[in-house]
Design a protein around this ligand. Structure first.
Ligand SMILES: [Zn+2]
Length: 1025
């Protein structure tokens, strides 16, 4: 029994508020920048180091970082990627794993090289250095590079990459992403380069690397070969397409023996969208089972006996006519010839540029849905053309175009005097010059042998189609045959695809996508004609040009690079013998200048991971969907390449997760050119949302004192990095994610809600002693049991969502619980009891609230670690002593309680509560009721369920009294009714006066507290006068 320690003064002067147990918390409304950085150190750096040291290594979970490109400013796409990775890591950590995350950077390649050149050319400041190279300037920068040595270019590029990495790292780290920031991997590190060369050597040993002269994507603006992953597409590329006659010099048997065919004046009609490739024509393709016809084109009514004859697919005649002037008709000379009869190995058409004969070949890709059904084949300028020609032994892959996309002297060997085409840009004036020349071919043709010598261009027209462009310069890409190094993907394709059977894809469609990209690739062009990269360790014979890339030579070169570094490859004297293996004749071999495709660099990042017995090197790879074509694929290919073919093929990843791209509020992809790019900092500092109202005078003065700009500068409600994280977590990353103000507002509100909830919980738990914790068995009130039931339900859902990496679902459940189950239900009900009720009631409620607080921190830990850490710091010491840090404890299973029938009871209660609220609203509108607390609720013919709530019902409904009757009671002063099922629920005036302490209408007099309050006050040790 508490002994009376104080004597009350007269009741009238007593401050009743002093006897209330109001929440006490110093938890701040917002966090300062200094606080944030301190919290980050604890919840990221210290946490990461702690778990590396204390979690068992058998529980290792490896998330392998797809290296961002060390070029340009950080954008919101980086934030989506990095934060998702961090949420996964923190969830796995919560599950008891020891997580490994070593961030990395992709450092080599053309974009950085161009930017380094551009930077030195224009002497831009640091800020500008972080912008992407503008389209047109890229080519200019490349031109600057022509005057610099490879060593100098590499020095500048390395400096730029190093600087960019530091800037990006700072941002990534500031979002609370934990990992080995002190020891990231970089593809330009000497050790990395050696490992990458080791993979290359292994591929050489397996016979997967070879050199071929064959068509590759070539960017004239960047002067290098490009991989498919370096292409973008212009959907509306404009070109001049043309119908061009290829005069027959030898007819196929089926036409030669036909008396109606005029052997001296018949041409195959082709249609091309790239007239500039006509000089490189080597063949004409037809399809075996298509029907072809020979026609004469005549003006309507004319009967020209000497009309020119054209071979066209029968189904395409109408299409051709549609491009000619009105009134021209086609007179059929030969009705039906099958493609297979045309490709009889005897026929040939005339290429006037080369003065050569182009045979007719059959090819499956020819269709009757476009062109003329006869396809111009330039194996030096088309991948399919190359394959078909190779199959038929037609070659070489001739491409009279230089690195800048201009015609070389080889274009017209038959007319060495004619230099008019040499040096022309093939895509611009070159295409036009070729067509002009074909329009008056007389001087290049021998009349009688090659027909009438009239124009060989039947018609030309503007045509728009999808065309590849360089991903960096955005300029058109051509196909050009050059000598390049290739990795033979076809040899490992099947093993690569088979390895995917063991991979878990999120979303599932990723498997088909990656698989189809793998199938579509047979040769991977891995050489680039640039300076900033890992050298291809090939030597070339001075005289013959023969390439040497033997096992011993590569091995030897790697040993020299181990000592001297890759820079030496480019800067050492040309005759430095140290680079030559002893089997090579000194003075005869020189080092090549090609570097490796950067996708080969990043494709070998798995070499920075430890191999694990019976497990893939990484548990998770997670990147944007474009990486099915890029990094996911190159990583898989190099990984499979070095494996023993006798063993089961293994992918480097257990789970392969893809996320979408960031779209703006209008659903447009973010891009510099559209000017809709959002920096992650704008989400962190709240500047995308409307500014907060101007501060009061005092704040203004302080701001001015602190040297800030004038008071008209808008102030934003900075929510810190947790806002960025919560935005990421609440987005469904499996499709594209849009950033719109309403979405960000929701995020901000949710974060605010968590803060307010925590502040209140910390306040009411300030005096909580975990020794008083009650078991659910001891909790007999409906409200307590109901909220724990919902806590368990929600915890199960959240646990499941985390397990499926569906963080947006987890976030949704957390928010719903905070809003509906806490704010609108439990907190509302328990508040009065906590502030004004007995010690026993308070302890009971605190016990429930402590459980909720602990669980909430568990849920939010992976999403908003800064807030979680901060809450932990403000947690009552007694509670802290009773549990482990929320970011360190193991969340092995969801919180659970077993409560029978709670689901339907809650449903019944919420209907009853809603009816009471409606009736109260009516009373309020009529001016009869101010505070809902000050009414009484009458329930006539209550259901069994309602009866079971008994005395607790007034508390549950937050009213002064509840009366249950079987008949309608006598008329009150006023009365507002609602019906539910057979019950009538009425809100009527309360029975008592408003209590001066608890404000419920439960007192007998206006100046003396109600009986309940008197008991509580006495329990506290006060003596009532
Ligand atoms: Zn009271």
């Amino acid at each position: 029994m508490p002994s009376p320690s104080r004597t009350l003064r007269a009741a009238s002067t007593f401050k009743w508020s002093e006897t209330l147990s109001l929440p006490k918390s110093t938890f701040p409304a917002r966090t300062t920048a200094e606080e944030l950085s301190r919290l980050r150190e604890r919840c990221s750096d210290e946490l990461y180091a702690w778990q590396r040291a204390s979690r068992p290594k058998e529980k290792e979970f490896v998330l392998h970082d797809g290296p961002p490109y060390a070029n340009g400013a950080v954008h919101v796409g980086h934030a989506l990627n990095k934060v998702l990775k961090d949420v996964i890591l923190r969830w796995e950590l919560a599950r008891g794993r020891r997580v490994h995350y070593r961030p990395g950077w992709d450092c080599h390649g053309l974009p950085i090289e161009l930017k380094a050149l551009q930077q030195s050319r224009t002497h831009t400041n640091e800020a500008k250095a972080l912008e992407d190279a503008p389209n047109q300037e890229a080519a200019a920068a490349a031109a600057t590079g022509m005057g610099l040595s490879a060593g100098e270019i590499r020095r500048r590029a390395r400096a730029l990459a190093t600087e960019t990495i530091e800037t990006q790292k700072k941002s990534f780290h500031s979002w609370g992403v934990m990992g080995e920031w002190d020891a990231p991997y970089k593809t330009m590190d000497a050790a990395f380069e050696i490992r990458q060369l080791g993979v290359f050597r292994e591929m050489v040993r397996k016979g997967l690397i070879s050199r071929h002269h064959r068509p590759v994507y070539w960017s004239p603006s960047s002067r290098t070969a490009l991989a498919e992953a370096e292409l973008e597409y212009d959907d509306n590329h404009q070109c001049t397409a043309a119908f061009v006659k290829m005069p027959f010099v030898r007819l196929p048997e089926v036409l030669r023996t036909n008396a109606l065919v005029n052997a001296g004046n018949i041409s195959a009609l082709i249609w091309t969208t790239t007239p500039w490739t006509l000089p490189a024509n080597k063949a004409i393709a037809v399809k075996d089972d298509l029907q072809y016809t020979v026609v004469e084109l005549l003006e309507s009514g004319s009967t020209d006996e000497q009309a020119e004859q054209l071979l066209i697919a029968r189904e395409r005649v109408e299409y051709v006519l549609s491009h000619l002037q009105a009134g021209i008709v086609a007179r059929t000379i030969v009705e039906d010839v099958r493609g297979s009869e045309l490709a009889d190995g005897k026929a040939g058409c005339f290429n006037l540029f080369q003065a050569s004969e182009s045979p007719i070949l059959s090819a499956d890709f020819v269709t009757a849905t476009s062109g003329t059904g006869l396809v111009h084949m330039a194996p030096g300028h088309g991948m399919e053309d190359y394959q078909v020609c190779q199959k038929h032994g037609v070659g070489p892959a001739f491409a009279p175009v230089d690195a800048e996309g201009r015609y070389t002297v080889d274009i017209f060997p038959s007319q060495t005097g004619n230099k008019s085409l040499v040096g022309l840009d093939v895509q611009q004036e070159g295409a036009k010059a070729v067509l002009d020349l074909l329009q008056s071919p007389a001087k290049y043709l021998q009349p009688g042998v090659h027909g009438s010598a009239s124009s060989l261009v039947l018609a030309s027209h503007t045509f728009s189609h999808k065309n590849p462009i360089d991903w960096r310069t955005k300029q058109p890409v051509i196909v050009r045959a050059t000598a390049q190094w290739f990795a033979d993907v076809s040899a490992i394709q099947q093993r690569a695809r088979a390895s995917l059977d063991g991979v878990n894809f999120i979303p599932e469609g990723g498997k088909t996508r990656l698989s189809s990209f793998l199938s579509g690739r047979s040769q991977w062009c891995i050489s680039r004609q640039r300076a900033w990269g890992v050298p291809i360790p090939a030597l070339y014979h001075r005289d013959s040009g023969e390439a040497c890339i033997t096992d011993e030579s590569v091995d030897h070169i790697i040993s020299v690079i181990e000592k001297r570094g890759t820079d030496a490859w480019f800067s050492d004297a040309e005759d430095d013998r140290a680079w030559l293996h002893s089997s090579l004749e000194p003075g005869k071999w020189i080092r090549g200048k090609d570097t490796m495709d950067v996708w080969f660099d990043s494709g070998t990042t798995w070499t920075s991971l430890k191999s694990r017995e019976g497990q893939p090197v990484a548990d998770v790879y997670i990147e944007g969907t474009d990486q099915h074509r890029g990094w996911f694929q190159s990583s898989l290919l190099t990984h499979i390449s070095v494996q023993d073919p006798a063993e089961q093929p293994k992918a480097p990843y257990r789970s392969l997760i893809t996320h979408g791209f960031i779209l703006d509020a209008d659903g447009k992809k973010m891009s510099k050119s559209l000017g809709n790019v959002i920096a992650p900092e704008q989400i962190v500092d709240g500047s995308l949302l409307p500014p907060i109202k101007p501060r009061k005078q005092r704040g203004k003065v302080q701001a001015q004192k602190a040297g800030q700009t004038d008071s008209s500068t808008p102030q934003y409600d900075s929510m810190g990095p947790d806002a960025l994280r919560l935005w990421v977590a609440s987005s469904d990353y499996t499709s594209d994610v849009s950033i719109a103000v309403p979405v960000l507002q929701e995020v901000q509100q949710a974060l605010q809600k968590y803060r307010v909830t925590f502040k209140w919980l910390l306040g009411v738990l300030a005096d909580y002693d975990p020794a008083h914790e009650m078991t659910t068995y001891q909790l007999s009130t409906f409200a307590d049991r109901a909220v724990l039931h919902r806590l368990a339900q929600t915890s199960r859902e959240i646990y499941q969502a985390y397990g499926d990496y569906q963080f947006h679902k987890a976030t949704k459940h957390i928010n719903a619980f905070c809003n509906n189950d806490l704010s609108a239900f439990y907190f509302e009900i328990c508040k009065d009891g906590l502030y004004t009720g007995s010690q026993a009631a308070r302890r009971r409620t605190q016990s429930v609230l402590a459980t909720i607080l602990t669980e909430l921190m568990r849920w939010l830990g992976p999403l908003v670690p800064h807030l979680t850490e901060e809450v932990w710091e403000y947690m009552p010491e007694a509670m802290k002593a009773d549990q482990e840090h929320p970011l360190r404890q193991i969340w092995s299973k969801p919180f659970s309680v077993s409560m029978d029938d709670m689901g339907s009871a809650l449903e019944d209660f919420s209907r009853l509560s809603a009816a009471v609220k409606l009736a109260q609203e009516d009373a309020r509108r009529a001016g009869h009721l101010k505070n809902g607390l000050n009414c009484k609720v009458e329930i006539s013919e209550p259901s069994q369920r309602v009866k079971s709530w008994g005395d607790e019902l007034a508390t549950l409904l937050v009213v002064s009294q509840v009366e249950m009757t079987d008949c309608i009671p006598p008329t009150a002063q006023w009365r507002y009714e609602q019906k539910i099922d057979s019950m009538t629920v009425a809100v009527v005036p309360a029975d008592g006066e408003k209590c001066i302490r608890c404000w419920k209408s439960t007192a007998h007099k206006t100046d003396v507290p109600c009986e309940g309050c008197q008991n509580v006050v006495q329990e506290q040790g006060h003596m009532l006068a």
